[in-house]
Design a protein around this ligand. Structure first.
Ligand SMILES: *[C@@H]1O[C@H](CO)[C@@H](O)[C@H](O)[C@H]1NC(C)=O
Ligand SMILES: *[C@@H]1O[C@H](CO)[C@@H](O)[C@H](O)[C@H]1NC(C)=O
Ligand SMILES: *[C@@H]1O[C@H](CO)[C@@H](O)[C@H](O)[C@H]1NC(C)=O
Ligand SMILES: *[C@@H]1O[C@H](CO)[C@@H](O)[C@H](O)[C@H]1NC(C)=O
Length: 317
């Protein structure tokens, strides 16, 4: 008798959870209305086609019709918000100095060639534009293009200044910001809850816990963007022979746990966009869209655009 009740309640619970997860995810949560939806996202402006995070890169991506620019922010000594990936300028300019120790006008120019982090053995040869831009330059040049801002330092002034710029340029509805660190995302949210945030790494783990335990449909979420890597690309970035058995296993496990169509369907039905980074090959673009990702971040905006055109993956309305 007891066993029968147990089985019945388990089955009921399972059916209820599945129904809420996939069939009616909006029964408990009103669908969030985003102000933009991005399929084509240019990582650092498209680091494979122009020097990363330069105005030339952003202009090229916007000319191609990208839906969103992804970029990284730091603060200079004179408290200017600049668009640059690394805290230290050595890799990108050849000068061993930290951005936080230099005033904006002293910042060196980029090297002529930069490595592309997410494409093995690839160096990007830049054009004329080697300047590290201000965030305000980007906002001024592209007033209508959504921007994804990675806050690279846990610095309250940086967070405050970015929020001020977003407000000044009237972009609260055209921005998402955050970092893998939950401390930074919490500060961002506290500074200006009207700017959407992404899931930090600890929150991604929590999300997976909720998903696999069946609790996800019952839990409210403050984040509006899930931005995750496709773990399988690690085997392309590294020499496959140099990955140990356990590294290969962990990659496989992470890929299997994260790349879940049911998870993406549930989140997108709740109005949470899913972006996958950083994909540079057609087979990965295809896999991401087949899994139901909202958008793909790429270093090669032209390649992604060609793929989308050929496969009829349309620009969001
Ligand atoms: C840059 O900052 C890091 C971390 O704060 C520090 O360890 C390093 O010495 C600094 N580099 C230079 C060149 O000042
Ligand atoms: C934030 O950055 C500014 C400028 O680089 C620096 O002066 C300040 O000390 C930093 N604040 C913290 C809390 O690290
Ligand atoms: C952003 O969207 C909200 C909700 O639609 C609207 O009330 C608000 O005025 C918008 N903000 C700006 C700065 O356009
Ligand atoms: C997040 O911020 C940390 C500093 O707290 C920085 O080292 C890291 O590169 C950032 N990571 C991402 C993915 O933005």
């Amino acid at each position: 008798m007891c066993a029968a009740v147990y089985v019945l309640s388990t089955v009921t619970g399972y059916v209820l959870t599945s129904a809420l997860l996939l069939k009616c995810p909006n029964l408990l949560h009103r669908k969030r209305r985003g102000h933009f939806l991005s399929r084509h996202i240019s990582h650092r402006g498209g680091a494979g086609e122009n020097l990363e995070n330069t105005m030339a890169a952003f202009q090229h991506a916007v000319d191609l019709g990208t839906d969103m620019l992804e970029l990284d922010c730091h603060l200079t000594k004179d408290e200017q918000v600049v668009v640059s990936h690394d805290a230290n300028l050595h890799r990108s300019t050849g000068i061993n100095a930290n951005i936080s120790d230099m005033v904006y006008n002293e910042l060196p120019l980029y090297r002529c060639n930069l490595d592309v982090t997410f494409q093995r053995a690839c160096i990007c040869a830049g054009g004329e534009d080697k300047r590290i831009p201000l965030l305000s330059d980007v906002f001024e040049a592209f007033p209508n293009t959504p921007v994804n801002i990675d806050i690279k330092v846990n610095n309250d002034t940086l967070i405050k200044k970015v929020s001020e710029l977003v407000v000044k340029y009237d972009r609260e509805n055209l921005t998402v910001w955050g970092n893998a660190s939950n401390k930074i995302v919490k500060k961002c949210y506290k500074e200006n809850p009207r700017i959407p945030v992404l899931f930090s790494f600890p929150r991604v783990l929590q999300l997976l816990g909720l998903f696999y335990s069946g609790l996800l449909p019952f839990v409210p979420l403050k984040e509006q963007f899930l931005e995750i890597p496709m773990p399988s690309i690690i085997t392309k970035l590294k020499d496959p022979d140099r990955l140990t058995r356990s590294q290969r296993f962990i990659t496989w496990l992470a890929d299997t746990l994260l790349m879940r169509k049911a998870l993406f369907q549930h989140l997108t039905a709740r109005g949470i966009q899913v972006y996958i980074w950083v994909l540079n090959d057609e087979e990965d673009f295809q896999r991401a869209f087949e899994l139901g990702a909202t958008g793909v971040m790429t270093d090669f905006p032209t390649r992604l655009k060609d793929f989308m055109d050929r496969n009829g993956i349309s620009k969001p309305q």
